[in-house]
Design a binder for this molecule. Structure first.
Ligand code: B3K
Ligand code: ZN
Length: 875
């Protein structure tokens, strides 16, 4: 396989203005006829060949201006159709036959349960028909879908329905017209025995939009929440960005087999059922919030992605980073803003930082790829969103909004580049963003080394900030340049009070932003009456690792008194990390571990001080995850991390048992379930408390969990209790609960996903047999990505002690699955293999076991997806 480079970009030789498609649906032989109105690109020379992409298509007819082509007039290979000579303007007609039932890659047109559906981003449209399948070719589409009236009563595509009717042999058709020019990746088609719920939204200018959610009948009772979320998102985008919806109809369809969360096809969003279906009996709080976020995300793409799209796939972050930032802001506005920030930063710091530190690290705008599907990553999405957040911080809310308005109006209907977005911001904000562009080009997580120096006589506090970015594949450290970033900060005195900030003779309140753009800066704060404790990188104002030599007392002070909620949480995480690392050292030295008294003191303070933000309190009582701890180590000791974290959890549970017990009881709500953030905070606190109580191993605590499980109030409480029981050593309690739950929910695939994940994250060593056993469970299917994620993904990513077993059995199991998936679904195979590629800081023994599994995978005939990942990992 060959790499494609951004620097080689050329506009397409021919453009498409209008497309008419006709689908005659059949499981194994769907006939797709296409009529493309084409013309030469005005900026390309005349006489160039016409190149169309096509994969797994059987061509049965091809004509230009109605004139069938002779076989020597075109060339066909596995990926392309090239016609040597075409006129300046012409109509191309083709007919192909495709096999949706054999499509296990879930790209292009495929079967899911009893329906047909499509996934075209990034390059799935070429599995439907021959086409210049690239985002800088935008056309209007008319789509006729023909299917069996009985089996496929509902036939959907983009835009508005214009015609429908009966056909011979029990078939019928519907024709759809999408008036907005779009790239082929936004094309969609759905056909099946679906039912809908319908609602309406009146836009700010008074237009009525019909909203429909299409599902299989048994899921009709799980659509209400998504419909509400959609309406909230539509309203929010009008208010926050001035963006109104543009068609008369907006449809969402839920499908069971889907590689990602959802897809923003114009007017016809297709969702993984896990990202849209929700009700209190089956869905946990976190998943309600996930549904709300994804519904909003896909809706927001209608402007950031569809109306203004990407010139080429290197620009993916242009739409994804911006849209993630938009959905994060929306969720923050409709829920708890500090908790949303804590969650987003946790994902970034555990998962994106790990990507940045691993063999597939890449810039937010990559320079080359072998398989673009491999670049739908945390770096493009989450770090891409942080870049937009920094722009907002640098410009201020108002000028940022002006910049967004400018971007949308200037580039409406066009396929553009990251530069076009940043220059809109630079123009609107009147700021120089030349250096800022480096954020898109440099991979790796920048490190800020900060030092403070207090001069009591002069009452001056100097903050010295140095930045550097470590080497990443293809980008040596010495070639990394300083980045432009906002550093938000404040200073606290020894009693925890905020110190007024005087910087360069100017008063800055108690919270300010300084800008970094050089390798080193010094900031001189005046009129500082006593030695301060700095609160740095408030709100996580830039996606960096911040190092400051805090001692534990300083961290405790920040936890208790910092005015920035995010930094209170972060100081607690730093303190907990230090406490866990101390235990790790003791365990490694064979010494008796102890619970850090400062951490105990902070927890006691948190539990004894009335809090007006229960949601943040719940977050503050959670210890950093094993994955986060691992990310902070130079050399990763898998077992020490696990044992030390357990030790600290248990020690806190024992030391604070009455307090956790009180917290558990105080947060029992009798109100009917609602996924409101107040209730979510309560449940979260209650279940955190239950977790500490159960960590003591005490029988009383486990019975509390059992009782909560049996009470069956809502899925959040049930699942939390079940997890604690199933992960405890008390088989006599855990086993029957797991069994009962599995039987009760056997009919519900989304609940069974949770059931799988709970079992395979059990820390005990017997889990490996459980994983293999569950892979033969009737509810499991290797062809369904949700099942693979629930069983194999959860095991490999969340059960670190067992995945990294020293006998290599965890690695072997995952590699076996990857090899099977390589043949079925290359996209999922390349995602599931990720944990096997993260061996860089592990011990030699594990490194060689993991490499050996990767070598074994490499001996297979690999898809482009897996080839690219494995080659990078073994490089
Ligand atoms: N744009 C889609 C991504 C689909 C990629 C599939 N390989 C989902 C989203 O970000 O909204
Ligand atoms: Zn997206």
């Amino acid at each position: 396989p060959q790499a494609i480079h951004l620097k080689d970009y050329l506009p397409p030789a021919y453009l498409v203005d209008d497309v008419a498609l006709k689908f005659d649906l059949d499981d194994h032989a769907t006939r797709v006829s296409a009529r493309l109105k084409m013309r030469r690109h005005p900026q390309r020379e005349a006489g160039l060949p016409l190149e169309l992409f096509g994969t797994a298509l059987r061509l049965t007819h091809i004509a230009i201006e109605g004139q069938p082509l002779d076989e020597d007039e075109y060339r066909l290979d596995a990926e392309r159709l090239v016609i040597a000579k075409v006129p300046e303007r012409f109509e191309l007609t083709t007919e192909v036959i495709i096999d949706p039932a054999a499509n296990t890659a879930l790209e292009g047109l495929y079967r899911s349960s009893s329906m047909f559906c499509t996934q075209c981003e990034p390059e799935g449209f070429r599995r439907i028909t021959y086409y210049p399948d690239r985002p800088d070719v935008m056309a209007t589409f008319t789509t006729t879908v023909i299917g069996d009236r009985e089996r496929l009563p509902v036939l959907l595509s983009n835009g508005n329905p214009t015609e429908s009717g009966e056909l011979p042999n029990g078939r019928h058709f519907v024709t759809w017209r999408d008036p907005f020019p779009k790239p082929s990746y936004l094309f969609a088609l759905v056909a099946g025995a679906l039912e809908k719920v319908e609602d309406h939204f009146t836009t700010v200018s008074g237009r009525q939009v019909t909203l429909q959610i299409w599902v299989e009948r048994e899921n009709l009772d799980k659509t209400e929440f998504a419909m509400g979320a959609l309406k909230r998102a539509m309203k929010w985008d009008e208010e926050a960005y001035g963006r109104e919806y543009d068609l008369d109809l907006f449809m969402i369809v839920a499908v069971n087999d889907f590689n990602m969360g959802a897809m923003e096809n114009k007017g016809l969003n297709i969702f993984n059922s896990s990202a849209v279906l929700a009700n209190p009996a089956t869905t946990v709080d976190a998943n309600f919030q996930r549904v709300e976020g994804i519904v909003a995300h896909e809706y927001f793409h209608n402007w950031s992605g569809n109306r203004v799209t990407c010139r080429d796939w290197f620009q993916l972050a242009l739409k994804e980073g911006f849209t993630v930032f938009r959905d994060q802001s929306f969720s923050a506005d409709v829920n708890s803003a500090p908790v949303k920030r804590i969650e987003d930063v946790s994902v970034l710091r555990t998962m994106q930082f790990a990507e940045d530190a691993g063999p597939t690290a890449h810039p937010v705008r990559p320079e080359s790829f072998i398989e673009i599907s491999n670049f739908y990553t945390l770096t493009v999405y989450e770090k891409g969103a942080e870049i937009v957040r920094m722009l907002r911080q640098l410009l201020g809310a108002e000028r940022f909004r002006t910049g967004a308005d400018l971007y949308f109006s200037r580039f409406d209907g066009q396929a553009v580049r990251v530069e076009d977005f940043v220059s809109s911001m630079s123009e609107a904000g009147d700021v120089d963003l030349t250096r800022f562009m480096r954020w898109y080009a440099q991979a790796g997580t920048p490190v800020l080394d900060v030092e403070g120096e207090y001069d009591a006589k002069a009452q001056v506090y100097r903050l010295k900030v140095r930045q550097h970015t470590p080497a990443t594949p293809g980008q040596p450290a010495e070639r990394k340049l300083p980045l432009h970033l906002p550093l938000r900060l404040g200073l606290l005195d020894a009693g925890g009070a905020a110190i007024p900030l005087w910087l360069d003779g100017e008063s800055r309140g108690t919270d300010t932003v300084v800008e970094l753009f050089e390798a080193e800066h010094e900031f001189r704060f005046e009129r500082v009456p006593s030695a301060p404790v700095p609160s740095l990188l408030r709100g996580f104002s830039a996606p960096v690792k911040l190092r400051f030599p805090y001692d534990r007392e300083q961290l405790a002070l920040l936890v208790k008194y910092d005015e920035d909620g995010f930094n209170r949480w972060d100081a607690g995480q730093r303190l907990a990390l230090a406490a866990i690392e101390e235990v790790m050292l003791a365990l490694q030295a064979g010494a008796e571990p102890r619970l850090d008294p400062t951490l105990l003191d902070v927890f006691t303070h948190l539990l004894d001080t009335p809090s007006d933000d229960l949601a943040v309190l719940a977050e503050m009582l959670k210890l950093p995850s094993e994955a986060y701890i691992a990310g902070e180590q130079e050399a990763i000791d898998i077992d020490a991390i696990h044992q030390a974290r357990r030790f600290v959890t248990r020690a806190l549970g024992e030391a604070l048992e009455p307090r956790f017990r009180a917290l558990f009881e105080a947060n029992q709500s009798e109100a009917p379930y609602a996924p409101s953030f107040e209730q979510i905070a309560q449940r979260s606190l209650r279940n955190v408390a239950l977790g500490y109580l159960c960590a003591t191993g005490g029988e009383k605590a486990l019975h509390l969990a059992q009782h909560q499980f049996e009470q069956d109030r809502n899925m959040t409480d049930v699942r939390a209790a079940l997890t604690l029981l199933a992960h405890s050593d008390a088989h006599q309690l855990g086993d029957p609960a797991v069994k009962a739950f599995g039987e009760r929910w056997a009919h519900d695939p989304l609940v069974m996903d949770q059931w799988f994940a709970i079992q395979v994250t059990r820390p005990q060593p017997d889990v490996l047999d459980r994983v293999r056993f569950l892979m033969r469970h009737p509810a499991f299917s290797i062809k369904n990505p949700n099942k693979v994620r629930a069983l194999i993904g959860a095991f490999a990513n969340l059960n670190r002690v067992n995945f990294h077993r020293l006998d290599g059995e965890g690695y072997r199991l995952v590699a076996d699955v990857v090899i099977e998936l390589n043949r079925l679904n290359p996209d999922i195979a390349a995602r599931i293999v990720t944990p096997l590629t993260r061996f860089q800081r592990l011990d030699a023994k594990r490194q060689s076991l993991m490499r050996a599994e990767l070598e074994r995978i490499r001996r297979e005939p690999l898809s482009r997806n897996l080839f690219e990942v494995i080659e990078k990992a073994l490089a």
